[in-house]
Design a protein around this ligand. Structure first.
Ligand code: ARG
Length: 413
């Protein structure tokens, strides 16, 4: 009886050994294609080498595929029905928004993004979705989540659509250093992995100025200090230069958007080891689809200036050697279209390898999880398989035919 139990248990463990036999894999640090097989046990890479064999392993033949590490998007909004814009967005409950999150998570994973950072969600719906994914209830990427983003009263992270008598402040609204510290503590308590705050106005929010700094330096310092005390990274939404500078001087780990950054401030970001997450695809989507989708006229006007400037400054940042991560703001456009940004990053100055690094090794460093983003022994078995080397045609990252997350095949065409 005992013996059979041991036997069954050991069979079970052995059956978790997988050997992937691809054409090659891309070393995203060097850009080299390497011919080798990859052995996986319990979701982790255990061996890399030529002609691997193991009698008890499941062999997955991918003879015509080039493997890459699973992709990472460090700026998404999975929660919510992204067909709703402006005032329409007030019409659905958080419960329904969370269920849309499950759909969005699946689309994102099947597009090859095995890890995301979700930067802003109400009611800790992001924590719930992350938990459901980790438990295997919902199919989706590994999530790092922020909970409600911190912001000032009337700022980009507030809800400014309703008049006073029917308005409720967004859950992350704080107006002093101590309120800010308390909110950081609260977000951590309810499961946030990182802190997001709004350091300037935004494009999509009503009655905010993208150039206006939001929060005092003192408040930003309090947020960063409190978050870092708990080992949490801080992402600052910032378009305007003054807000970007203040956030960097306060010690944030990433600037989201960074639209009006100048050369001096790019150098400051490099010196601080901060990442720039510049969503340079989304502008075409907003300006192309915005009118049809009910985006506020005010937002379209802001986007006409922000989008162009952001791309020019992206080019400067690449030239100066900034740390750049791959963040798209998926949720404004359709989930699963994240990969469309690669072509833009190359068009605006990156080599294809740099664009791939932004979505793998750089993103992993920003998140602080180096067990992802590179194909190494001991790392998580997250892979995408492509029909060609993406360094020769970057656009093939828009349609990913093979996806494995932590040793489980989730897509194979
Ligand atoms: N969430 C951002 C905001 O509302 C989107 C900015 C999109 N535009 C851009 N060019 N990246 O400010």
């Amino acid at each position: 009886m005992r013996l059979t139990l041991v036997f069954i248990l050991s069979l079970n463990i052995l059956s978790q050994t997988i050997i992937l036999k691809p054409k090659s894999y891309l070393d995203v640090e060097t850009g080299e294609l390497i011919t080798a097989d990859i052995e996986i046990k319990n979701g982790v890479i255990t061996k890399i080498g030529r002609n691997l064999s193991n009698n008890n392993a499941e062999i997955i033949s991918l003879k015509d595929k080039v493997l890459l590490p699973g992709l990472i998007d460090t700026h998404v909004h999975l929660i919510g029905n992204n067909q709703l814009n402006g005032y329409e967005s007030l019409s659905e409950s958080s419960y329904l928004a969370t269920l849309y999150g499950a759909l969005n998570a699946k689309k994102t994973l099947l597009a090859g993004f095995t890890t995301v950072r979700n930067v802003g969600a109400a009611n800790y719906a992001d924590v719930a979705l992350k938990t459901a994914i980790n438990r295997g209830i919902v199919l989706g990427p590994r999530m790092y989540v922020s909970g409600p983003p911190l912001g000032i009263t009337g700022g980009h992270c507030d809800n400014n659509l309703l008049p006073h008598e029917s308005s409720v402040p967004n859950q992350g609204i704080v107006d002093s250093p101590w309120e800010a510290r308390k909110k950081v503590r609260t977000n951590r308590k309810f499961g946030a992995d990182l802190i997001k705050f709004c350091a300037t106005g935004g494009v999509m929010s009503k009655n905010t100025d993208v150039n206006a700094k939001q929060f005092t330096f003192e408040e930003m310092k309090a947020i960063v200090d409190e978050a870092h005390n708990h080992g949490m990274k801080v992402a600052a939404h910032a378009h305007g230069l003054e807000g970007i500078k203040a956030a960097l001087n306060a010690g944030v780990d990433s600037i989201e958007h960074a639209s009006f950054i100048d050369e001096e401030t790019i150098l400051l970001a490099i010196e601080n080891n901060a990442y720039l997450s510049m969503d340079i695809y989304v502008s075409d989507y907003i300006l192309g689809e915005g009118v049809k989708k009910g985006v506020l006229e005010e937002s379209l006007n802001k986007e006409r200036v922000v989008g162009k400037t952001q791309r020019q400054n992206f080019k400067k940042a690449v030239k100066l050697g900034a740390n750049i991560t791959f963040g798209t703001d998926a949720g404004i456009f359709d989930h699963g279209d994240n990969g469309k940004q690669f072509v833009y990053m190359v068009e605006w100055g990156m080599s294809p390898l740099e664009a791939v690094q932004a979505a793998t090794v750089n993103a992993a460093k920003l998140i602080g999880d180096e067990s992802i983003g590179r194909i190494l022994i001991g790392n998580k078995a997250d892979f995408i398989g492509l029909d060609q080397n993406p360094l020769n045609s970057i656009n093939i990252l828009e349609e990913v035919p093979f996806v494995m997350k932590e040793g489980k095949v989730v897509k194979s065409e």
